[in-house]
Design a protein around this ligand. Structure first.
Ligand code: NAD
Ligand code: UD1
Length: 345
C-alpha cells in the first residue's frame, strides 16, 4: 500500500486524517514541530488504529531535515497541514505567518522535486473566496480579497502550488478548501486542543461547558440571517478526514490539478450550535450576545457537489454528531493533551 507523508500531521485535522488513512490501509509518516500540538496525539492515533506511525519532530521549513524523511521513507503522496492558523495573531504577526506558511510550502515542493514525489494535497480554506463571492461558494469562483494575513497565506500558497504544477506536468496538486471543521473522533481520544483562549466557536463552547471559561459571547445578533447570528458550514472532522482519503485515492490514480470544497453545503447559525450542543449533551452553555467581531461575514457555506461527483465523497455526520463528539473529547480531556505546554516550554 502507498505511503502518505503528513506535514503537520500531529494537529487537529492531521491526527484525524492519519486515523482514516491507516484504517483505509495506507502507511503514514508524520512530521511536526509541535508548535501547536503534542506527540501524544500520534500515540493515540496508534491506539485507535492498532497501527504504527513513523513520527519525526522537525520544522518543515528545514529542507535538510525534510530530505532525511524523504530519504528514509518511500513516500507516494504528501498532505500539507503544517501552518499557523490563528486569524487574529496573523494580523499582529504577519511576517511570522508569511514566513512559516509560505516557507513550509516551498520546502515541501523543493524536497518533493528532489525525491521525485509528485502528489500533494494542500489544506486550504473557504477564506480564499473572500468577500466578493456570493454563497454558496463553488470551486470555479475566482479567489477573492482576504481580510487578514492568514487568509492571504492560503491564497498565495494556492497560487504557488498551481504555478508549480503548471511548470511541472508530472506534479499533481489538490487544493482542499475546508469550511468549519468541528467535532472529534468518536472514541474521544483525539480532538481539537487549542493553545490559550480559543478563537473558534466550538472549542469555546465546549470549554465553557466543562467550566474552563465563564461564558460564551455570541458575536452579533443583528445579521441578515434567520435568527440574526452568523451562519457557517460546520463539518465533522472525521468526515473531513475521510475526504482526504478520497482525495489521496484520486491523486494516486490521476495526474491532476483540482480544487475541492470540503463542506456539507448546509449552514447553521451560532444560536443553533449552542442550542444543539446543550440539547444533545444535556448541559448548559452560559452565553451572552455581544457586538459583531470585525471581519466576520454573515453567511458562508459550500456548494459541495464537485467532491461528490469526482471523489464520491460527501459529509455524512449530523450537527448532533458534531456537538456530541466535541463534548465527548472535551469532557474526557478537560485540559486537552496535557503536555502540549511542556513541549513548548
Ligand atoms: P493545527 O494547528 O492543529 O495543525 C497544524 C499542525 O502543523 C500543528 O501540529 C503544528 O504544530 C504544525 N506546524 C505548524 N508549523 C509547522 C512547521 N513549520 N513545521 C512543522 N510543523 C508545523 O491546525 P488544524 O486545525 O489541524 O489545521 C491544519 C491545516 O488546515 C492548517 O494549515 C490550517 O490553516 C488549515 N485549515 C484549518 C481550518 C480549521 O478550522 N481548523 C480551516 C481551514 C484550513
Ligand atoms: C475563522 C476564520 C477563518 C478560518 C476559520 C478556521 C475569522 C474572521 N475567520 O472562521 O479565516 O479559516 O476560523 O480556523 O476569524 N463566534 C462567536 N463567539 C466566539 C467565537 C465565534 O459568536 O467566541 C462566532 C463567529 O462570529 C462566527 C462563528 O461563531 O460567526 C464561527 O466562528 P469561528 O469558529 O471563529 O470560524 P469563522 O469565523 O467562520
Amino acid at each position: 500500500m502507498a505511503t502518505v507523508f503528513l506535514a503537520g500531521g500531529a494537529g487537529y485535522i492531521g491526527s484525524h486524517t492519519a486515523v482514516e488513512l491507516l484504517n483505509a490501509g495506507y502507511d503514514v509518516v508524520v512530521a511536526d514541530n509541535f508548535s501547536n500540538s503534542s506527540p501524544e496525539a500520534i500515540k493515540r492515533v496508534e491506539k485507535i488504529t492498532g497501527r504504527m506511525v513513523k513520527l519525526y519532530e522537525l520544522d518543515i521549513k528545514d529542507n535538510s531535515k525534510l530530505a532525511e524523511v524523504f530519504r528514509e521513507n518511500s513516500i507516494d503522496a504528501v498532505i500539507h497541514f503544517a501552518g499557523l492558523k490563528a486569524v487574529g495573531e496573523s494580523v499582529q504577526k504577519p511576517i511570522m505567518y508569511y514566513r512559516n506558511n509560505i516557507d513550509t510550502t516551498l520546502a515541501l515542493l523543493e524536497t518533493m522535486k528532489e525525491f521525485g514525489v509528485n502528489n500533494i494535497l494542500f489544506s486550504s480554506s473557504a477564506t480564499v473566496y473572500g468577500e466578493e463571492n456570493k454563497v454558496p461558494f463553488t470551486e470555479t469562483m475566482a479567489r477573492g480579497a482576504c481580510s487578514n494575513p492568514y487568509g492571504w497565506t492560503k491564497s498565495m500558497m494556492e497560487q504557488i502550488l498551481e504555478d508549480a504544477a503548471k511548470a511541472d506536468k508530472d506534479l499533481s496538486v489538490i487544493l482542499l478548501r475546508y469550511f468549519n471543521p468541528i467535532g472529534a473522533h468518536e472514541s474521544g481520544m483525539i480532538g481539537e486542543d487549542p493553545l490559550g483562549i480559543p478563537n473558534n466557536l466550538m472549542p469555546y463552547v465546549s470549554q465553557v461547558a466543562v467550566g474552563r471559561r465563564e461564558c460564551l459571547t455570541i458575536f452579533g445578533n443583528d445579521y441578515p440571517t434567520p435568527d440574526g447570528t452568523c451562519r457557517r458550514d460546520y463539518i465533522h472532522v472525521v468526515d473531513l478526514a475521510k475526504g482526504h482519503v478520497k482525495a489521496i485515492d484520486y491523486i494516486l490514480a490521476n495526474n491532476c490539478v483540482e480544487i475541492f470544497n470540503l463542506g456539507t453545503g448546509t449552514p447553521y447559525s451560532v444560536t443553533e450550535i449552542v442550542d444543539t450542543f446543550e440539547k444533545v449533551n444535556g448541559i448548559n452553555v452560559n452565553h451572552v450576545y455581544g457586538p459583531r467581531r470585525e471581519g466576520d461575514l454573515a453567511e458562508l457555506y459550500a456548494n459541495a457537489d464537485k467532491a461528490l461527483k469526482i471523489l464520491g465523497w460527501k459529509a455524512e455526520k449530523t450537527l448532533e454528531d458534531m456537538c456530541r463528539d466535541s463534548w465527548n473529547w472535551q469532557k474526557n480531556n478537560p485540559d486537552g493533551y496535557n503536555g502540549k505546554k511542556e513541549t513548548l516550554a
